[in-house]
Design a protein around this ligand. Structure first.
Ligand code: CA
Length: 236
């Protein structure tokens, strides 16, 4: 089995080394970058499977690094942020981050998140190779898992890989309320326990971004429970 490559991007050397050491102990090949430009270069040259990316970097910041990395090749990004601030998090998700952790974090939490992202990549590869070729149709919305395309009234809706996986999950069971825990398990590869408030908000933030692209009425929030894709014509 090939070892997975993780790129750790953090200018604080002590933290970077701690992350690298722990991830190597877990069996990953680890590359380290200490500033934004080096990170972009390493992401291009080293083709990591997962990137752990601090937002606060000298030169170009983590958001811009994420944007540049994703422009070349989609890769799961775990963002590290010093601020537990939703606006900041939405910016991160907007540039293609898949998950985030607020500092200070526990090493085993980083390891768990990285492992979940690796499982997600594996599952996406399986899905792409699976025989599920028929598009899912929900009202005016068509979601095609085989081609990874979404259209609304025939017009293409551009979604990030995470937004697309989230929509596929909801579109398989239109009208059904899917819990955040279920979405974390199915979309993010999280298994049962170990949930934190931050992880739950990852779901909320991605739903918010998806809703922004689809139109507000497509996704119904059931407070304290989860989300449902509405099969009916959206109210205008
Ligand atoms: Ca930093």
């Amino acid at each position: 089995m090939t070892r997975r490559r993780v790129l750790v991007v953090e200018d604080e050397r002590v933290i970077n080394d701690q992350l690298a050491e722990r991830l190597r102990a877990e069996g990953y090949d680890v590359a380290q970058a200490f500033d934004g430009l080096a990170a972009v270069h390493e992401a291009h040259a080293g083709e990591p499977d997962v990137v752990v990316l601090d937002v606060m970097l000298p030169g170009i910041d983590g958001h811009e690094v994420c944007r540049r990395i994703q422009a070349l090749r989609p890769v799961p990004v775990l963002m590290l942020t010093a601020r537990d601030d939703e606006a900041d998090i939405l910016v991160g998700l907007g540039v293609g981050a898949d998950d985030y952790l607020t500092k200070p974090f526990r090493m085993r939490e980083v390891v768990a998140r990285v492992a979940a992202l690796v499982r997600r990549v594996d599952r996406a590869a399986e899905l792409a190779a699976s025989p599920e070729r028929s598009p899912l149709v929900v009202g005016a919305l068509t979601v095609d898992p085989g081609r990874r395309r979404t259209t609304r009234d025939g017009a293409e809706v551009h979604l990030t890989p995470t937004e697309f996986d989230l929509l596929v999950c909801l579109a398989r069971e239109p009208g059904q309320v899917l819990t955040r825990e279920r979405l974390l398990a199915d979309v993010w590869g999280w298994a049962e326990t170990g949930l934190t408030g931050v992880a739950t908000r990852t779901v909320d933030s991605h739903v918010k971004a998806l809703r922004h692209k689809l139109g507000a009425t497509w996704i119904r929030t059931v407070h304290g429970v989860g989300y449902a894709l509405e099969p009916g014509e959206p109210a205008t």
